[in-house]
Design a protein around this ligand. Structure first.
Ligand code: SAH
Length: 227
């Protein structure tokens, strides 16, 4: 039984947010208290387009424009918990999107670098993060399958778009002992993979089936849709 601290109901969305954490996240087995606390705190409704504000705490992904989506809350919690962040890590995220997952990572790690290929999404995400006084994220528009070499190596890498394989540049930019989490598989369905860089090679574990938008780039799918 997990004890979830009673929220202070600071905004109009505090109650649905608390319900989200209780029913979609804690009830489905997320136990890391830091992950639970941050999802209880972060105003997810500020990361979705205004017309979807009422659905911000629903159990599903939502459109954020440019044919992209903000991930389902449970998926954010699940992937974040798998990274097992303690607070002193340097994390690379591929696929900034709305910036919600970026914000979660910023609260749980020391420094986050996040790469997005669609400029308009990045501009919006930057504004939202700034409005929440989150300043430990470096953001840039780039093909994230190439990673972000300037700040490598990273303790952890999270890819929030689905690709055919873990991009080699990302594995190269991971510290020894570092972990990468990413949906790997086909264009319409993937399996969540965790890859850990160990002295004796890469250790892979697989988790749930999932459906993410496509990772498009040099080491991902090609934009014209024929892979
Ligand atoms: N973490 C995001 C999820 C956004 S969906 C959120 O919480 O909102 C995945 C994002 O990955 C999309 O915005 C898409 O444009 C982006 N993406 C796809 N391929 C990419 C690539 N090669 N480099 C950077 N971003 C990419």
């Amino acid at each position: 039984m997990i004890f979830i601290k009673k929220p202070k109901f600071k905004d109009a969305y505090s109650r649905p947010r608390h319900e989200m954490v209780k029913k979609q996240i804690a009830a489905r087995g997320i136990i890391d208290p830091r992950v639970i606390a941050v999802m209880e705190e972060l105003p997810r409704h500020l990361f979705v387009p205004q017309e979807f504000g009422g659905k911000a705490y629903a159990d599903c992904p939502l459109p954020i424009g440019e044919k992209q989506t903000i991930s389902q809350p449970f998926m954010v919690a699940f992937m974040t918990e798998l990274l097992d962040l303690k607070g002193n890590e340097k994390v690379l995220e591929i696929g900034t999107g709305s910036g919600y997952q970026t914000a979660v990572l910023c609260k749980l790690a020391e420094q986050v670098y996040s790469v997005e290929r669609i400029p308009s999404l990045l501009v919006k995400a930057r504004k939202t993060l700034e409005s929440l006084n989150i300043h430990n994220a470096g953001l840039k528009v780039f093909d994230g399958t190439m990673g972000w070499k300037d700040y490598a190596p990273y303790d952890a890498i999270m890819v929030t778009a689905g690709g055919p394989e873990a991009p080699k540049p990302l594995m190269d930019q991971l510290k020894p002992g570092g972990r990468l989490i990413m949906p790997i598989g086909g264009k319409t369905q993937q399996v969540l993979h965790m890859l850990v860089k160990t002295d004796s090679g890469i250790k892979t574990t697989t988790h749930s089936l999932c459906t993410f938008v496509n990772l498009i780039g040099e080491y991902g799918w090609k934009e014209n849709g024929n892979g």
